[in-house]
Ligand binder design. Structure first.
Ligand code: TYD
Length: 161
């Protein structure tokens, strides 16, 4: 059975560290989800915040960002065995297609106060980058090529499919 993608059902409230389904009772862990980050509005300009193990459910080991993406190009196109991550469109917009081997779901990121949390073990591809978009990735692990699954057939095998 495929993963249930919950982005349409709830947003993680900034004051809660546990995520709940729409019924507000069932804890839901390790699912892709859009996390609504704090946004402190100010006439001088807005401010948003990410604290590890508070707004995201892991310790941040690495930060990287993707920028100057030419029109029509895609990034990603692989899965991680261990890495959990949060992807934020700090500027502009792009889509993240998340695939568990059975179900694909497209998350559109276009606000700098939304973070897409992704657990490990999912195939993900980033596409439809707008001009001047800036994608920040917060990762739970240091870089290791061994953590990548770059062949889709290998990903299906790894997922037991
Ligand atoms: P990769 O993760 O494959 O990029 P994308 O998934 O966006 O297409 O990384 C591209 C290259 O950069 C690859 O050769 C590995 C290298 N790289 C590092 O050296 N350190 C890092 O932290 C990352 C993310 C990539």
């Amino acid at each position: 059975m495929g993963l249930t993608f919950n982005s349409h059902y709830f947003m993680k409230d900034i004051s809660n560290s546990v995520v709940f389904l729409a019924d507000n009772k069932t804890p839901q862990m390790k699912q892709p989800e859009i996390i609504h980050l704090p946004k402190i509005e100010d006439p001088r300009g807005n401010l948003s915040i990410i604290e590890e193990e508070n707004h995201i459910p892991f310790k941040i080991e690495r930060v990287y960002w993707i920028y100057d993406v030419p029109g029509g190009q895609m990034r990603g196109g692989h899965a991680f065995k261990m890495q959990e991550e949060m992807i934020v469109a700090l500027s502009g917009s792009f889509d993240v297609v998340v695939d568990d081997g059975i179900v694909k779901h497209t998350f559109s990121l276009n606000r700098s106060y939304y973070g897409l949390y992704l657990p490990s073990g999912l195939w993900r591809q980033m596409q439809n980058f707008s001009t001047n978009s800036l994608a920040m990735v917060l990762s739970s692990t240091a870089y290791s090529e061994c953590d990548y699954i770059r062949e889709y057939s290998e990903f299906l095998k790894y997922s037991g499919l």
